[in-house]
Write a protein that binds this ligand. Sequence first.
Ligand SMILES: Cc1cc2nc3c(=O)[nH]c(=O)nc-3n(C[C@H](O)[C@H](O)[C@H](O)COP(=O)(O)OP(=O)(O)OC[C@H]3O[C@@H](n4cnc5c(N)ncnc54)[C@H](O)[C@@H]3O)c2cc1C
Length: 263
Amino acid sequence: MKICVLVKEVPDAAVTKRIDPSTGRLDRGGEKNLNPYDTHAIEAAMQLKEGGEVQVDEIIAVTMGPGSAVRALHKAVSLGADRSVHLSDDALAGSDVAATGYALAQTLKRESPDLVLLGQQSDDGECYTIGAVVADHLQMPSLTQVIKMDVSDGGLRCERQAEYGYDTVQVELPAVISVGDAINEPRYPSLKAIMGAKKKPLDALGTGDVEIDASRVGTDGSQVECGNFKAPPAKSAGLIIEDEDTNETVEKIVAWLDERKLI
Ligand SMILES: Cc1cc2nc3c(=O)[nH]c(=O)nc-3n(C[C@H](O)[C@H](O)[C@H](O)COP(=O)(O)OP(=O)(O)OC[C@H]3O[C@@H](n4cnc5c(N)ncnc54)[C@H](O)[C@@H]3O)c2cc1C
């Protein structure tokens, strides 16, 4: 079995999310990291490989992103992927979710995977959508929010989290599965794996290598137009009441709440 895991480089969780006023899009500058949700997808692939119930020949980390995204691929490899694929091209900049899903699907076609795994959401865009878009282009079944995956009857028996409880679904392969973060506890990479990650094979591809129709990607190939986003108004500073005399403090708090008709 060949498993491709989609991974994305995102701004580090400690970086405050800001809209770039010149483009109306998310400012993706600053410190970056591998999307934490994708570490669950890599771990799920590793557990299938190590579980021994099915022979997993290769785990391949695949990303679409700028040059810096190579670090996310190194991290994915340090977590267990055997090699990685980096789709990067100026023509892809500004792609919306439909264009990104199309470009990723074209890249995946080159690998003919038996299973595509991905995270439930990216930590920056948070569209929760790429899995379905990729599956549609690949004409494969799509399952989302999967929190348990067992090899069964030549396919996978999956449990997916829903608003009303859990669905149990038997899926034939090939399939595209986005995993929920409750599926597993991702491992930490060993120092040896971190050191060795840069030596693992990495295919750097452009749009021409994967037959991407340039009119379907990038800003011009995207249907979504960003509106007039604005940062939320700054919160006014709160009132701090020093507790020097408890009775007086309680009186002040009650008066403050009363003034605002909160009690
Ligand atoms: C008009 C517009 C312009 C945009 N321009 C840019 C831009 O220039 N640069 C940019 O980075 N983003 C850009 N985006 C955002 C980009 O399109 C989204 O990141 C992308 O659509 C995926 O959505 P998401 O990140 O919310 O993924 P979700 O659907 O929330 O992610 C689910 C999973 O999909 C996988 N995944 C998502 N994105 C990738 C990827 N790129 N490579 C591999 N796996 C992935 C991951 O496994 C992730 O866990 C733009 C969006 C819009 C609307």
